[in-house]
Design a protein around this ligand. Sequence first.
Ligand code: ZN
Length: 161
Amino acid sequence: SLIYTDSRQFGRILWNHDLSRLGPEPLAIGLDEFRARMKPRKTGIKALLLNQTFLAGMGYIYVDETLFAARVHPLAQASRLSAARIAAIHQHMREILGAAIKLGGSSISDYVDARGERGWFQLEHQAYGREGEPCAACGTPIRKIIVVQRGTHYCPRCQRR
Ligand code: ZN
């Protein structure tokens, strides 16, 4: 049996034997491959990280948190990012996903895991859902904009374009 609660109704379940169109998993991809895949992409970094053919499994909360930690603007063009910025994104993406998995994910609305347990990573969010609250690094209010039709949270001072 399969039980699926789609609290915000953005989810999908796809059944497909051919997984070749999915990108690598964020915890499995090495820095060299990450950089090589990013180099030719002229799209905004948030849109790219959410693109499941680029990376499989990054959701909007963890993209916002990763870009905040890496101090990269969500609309920055992927192909123009410096090697240092790409390395920062790669490192923080892995750290944030690892920490979120340990804490059982983020319980926004009524999310629970397969055992019915709430996640606690939402208490660690630095950017996502903190619109108007002071940035933990500089005190500037966190701003919310819409990117690829999704609410996007960032610090306008720490994450300059
Ligand atoms: Zn800031």
